[in-house]
Design a protein. Structure first.
Length: 354
């Protein structure tokens, strides 16, 4: 049963900005479009680790026409796709390499990363939105994902266990009787907004949007939070849910969805990390058209107001969204390289801080 509180005026709004955001932008450089060892149009690009190696996870990955090597020269039309894909990062954020390619010639195209399971009513058309790889131990990482059955809508959010097999990141297990844990209709879509392994603790965090049966715009834009000790990542009973600043973390799944139990509102998908330069947590996201950073002393918040970083120019009037970050490129945190989606093109900027 979902409760949204009898009288919204009687409860605190924990999504409002609080505290001081220390981020000051000295310079932003547009680096260009990201290229791969294939030829595709794709979105997302959330960055995480498996066994110490960095990978980017993409959403819908549209193959360019056979023989096309430059996506800007791809003719109109549908040439094939997979619902998600994975590529290994390099020391240059403008270049990633897909780790799983098919046998198309002369240009091989990426295979699907999260496998569908027909026994669970899934097919090649089923979508799997993945938000980063969170290290569990030296061999395993946790992937949060959201199952989208298209005309049936969002079904459920879940986790998968990922390992390197012959050097290739591979989903070795999806958890839950139907391949997911949280019913999207009645529970928050944990992990769909952002996912993060905290460098300063043993916790993995996931942020997710409101249950889909909340139809009104304002309550439908609240973001909720879950966490688990990395050592217990595969045991759903060990997950804790944020019930607001007064109640804190509880083992009981969240059933009250409102501005008190939420941690943010209307932020869209983004990326979280701990800034060694500012010594606080970043949430990098789009605030309307602007790539922005908000900060907090802990992953639970409270989050300070956004600082604008950069405003991309939309390609052909398309959407800009979903920043992914590359913190490994500058361990000092003095700069942060950010990729984002611009109308199914992945573009990259580098922000340098004062």
């Amino acid at each position: 049963m979902i409760s949204t509180s009898a009288n919204e005026d009687d409860i605190p709004d924990n999504t409002q900005p609080q505290g001081f955001n220390p981020v000051k932008i000295a310079q932003v450089d547009y680096l260009g479009e990201q290229h791969t060892n294939s030829c595709t149009h794709r979105d997302l690009g959330f960055v995480g680790q498996v066994a110490g190696r960095w990978f980017a996870i993409y959403g819908d990955t549209l193959w360019c026409k056979p023989g096309v090597t430059d996506s800007s020269q791809d003719p109109e039309g549908f040439h094939g796709m997979v619902r998600d894909s994975i590529a290994e990062c390099t020391d240059n954020a403008l270049r990633v390499n897909f780790t799983q390619l098919n046998e198309d010639t002369p240009v091989a195209h990426p295979k699907q990363f999260v496998p569908y399971n027909e026994a669970w009513g899934e097919s090649i058309t089923t979508g799997f939105g993945g938000t980063s790889l969170c290290p569990v131990d030296e061999e395993n990482s946790l992937l949060f994902f959201l199952v989208n059955q298209n005309s049936e809508g969002l079904v459920g959010a879940g986790v998968a266990q990922v390992q390197l097999r012959d050097g290739i990141p591979t989903v070795v297990k999806r958890y839950g009787d139907n391949g997911w844990w949280w019913n999207a209709n009645s529970e928050a879509r944990y992990g769909d907004v952002a996912a993060y392994r905290d460098e300063n603790s043993e916790f993995i965090y996931g942020w997710g949007g409101a249950p889909t049966n909340i139809k009104d715009f304002v309550p439908g834009q609240y973001v909720y939070q879950v966490r688990v000790m990395a050592s217990a990542a595969w045991d759903k009973s060990q997950y804790e849910y944020w019930w607001g600043r007064s109640a804190g973390w509880k083992n009981a799944p969240l059933t009250t969805f409102n501005k008190e139990t939420a941690v943010m509102w209307g932020v869209g998908q983004g990326s979280t990390y701990y800034s060694p330069y500012y010594k606080c947590y970043f949430y990098v996201h789009f605030n309307n058209a602007d790539i922005s950073i908000r900060t907090a002393p802990t992953p639970e918040g409270p989050w300070a107001a956004d600082v604008k970083v950069y405003t991309p120019t939309p390609i052909q009037g398309g959407f800009t969204y979903s920043p992914g970050i590359h913190p490994y490129l500058d361990p000092t945190g003095r700069s942060l390289t950010i990729n984002y989606t611009n109308n199914n093109h992945i573009q990259v900027i580098k922000a340098t801080f004062e």
